[in-house]
Design a protein around this ligand. Sequence first.
Ligand code: ADP
Length: 427
Amino acid sequence: MGFFFLLAVLVTGFYGTFGPVLFSAALSALAWNLFFIPPRFTLAISNPEDIALCAGYFVTALVTGILTNRARELEALATEREVRTLFLYEVVKDILELSKPGEFLQRIALRVEDLTGGKCTIALGEGPAAGGIEFEIKGRHSTFGRLIFSNGDNAPSNDQKILLNSVAQQIGLSLERLSLEEKIREARRLKESEHLHQTLLNSVSHELRTPLTTLMGFASSLKEPTTDTPEFRKALSEGLSEASGRMNRVVGNLLDMSRLNSGTLSLKKEWHDISDLIGVVLNGTKAELGRHRVNVETPALLPLIQMDFQLMEHALSNLVVNAAAYSPPESQISIVAGVRGDRLELTVSDHGPGIPEPSLTKIFEKFYRAPGTPPGGTGLGLSIVKSIVDLHSGKAEVRNLKDGGSAFSISLPLGNPPPNPGEEIHD
Ligand code: ADP
């Protein structure tokens, strides 16, 4: 019989707390005594062995009841912890996935509301006190705001408080990490821009010095009456135009770079003939091309290309001037245009030393000059070419030629040129 009574105590242990367990253990011991231990239907026990049996039963029932109760409590605690861990895991996942505070805070508030059935608001910064219980959102060094929770008239349970506190802590740490990351990025940007300015200043002052020295030399020699000969005039005019051309290019590149960098540049895109572009560029770079032989290859029927003519002229001029500057005076420079797939490709190639292999990937970067390049350049020309071509949704590339020299190419999307105005349109 004792075992049946014990079963009842176990059930109480499973569902109840210590009080009911004690009560049921005592009650069952009494009932056993009353109904089964002689003399029956009295609480008296005649046999001392029965007294020991009854007391033993009571202790066993109590201990098993308490143990069952503890086991159940531990299980409930483990489940609760699991729920909490899972919830925090979801919160962290939200933060990592969304990474923008505006988005993940909203998602987390919704999650808390789903879990608890209460109302959750996350307020960043100082704000007026809102109704509900508040949890501070703070990182290691600063406080970011509050998580405000209310559930009608019901106060949150202790477990809910622990959970909400952990959520607030997690948000605080993440916000702190994000703000630190932003600070690091900002510092890096500042450092880069400082470096950029420094490099710019160095290269510009260096690059302007050469033509300025030339100009000053000519100016002082003009004072000498003996220099007024036709030969001197010829040399003077050539020297002046070369020096001023060089200065013009440096200043032009600088202006372009700042316009391109500031993002304020608006393209004046119109449909143009590539052969016109090549013609204008060759005309403008006559002085730089000097004794080079220039070979132009363009198919008779090239489609019109939509571009900002002035910018594109600048880009192509930079390539042609580079080809002239970095290849021997009598060598040949080729400018080849042609359609390739859905793009028009324009290639300027020379017979110079080409680009050292490791520099190929960096050649279009700002201020980059390949090692061993003689002084007299800013390293800006190709970066401007790339920026201009990028603005046209095109691609600027470089490769070395098999028999020496380099080939720089610009490819531009073909688009849908307007019908030739001279042609009649038939439907
Ligand atoms: P800069 O000519 O003022 O140095 P660029 O941006 O125009 O600046 O060119 C960057 C570098 O690329 C040059 O310093 C040179 O090392 C290399 N380079 C450019 N064009 C050529 C070329 N046609 N042949 C060999 N090297 C070139």
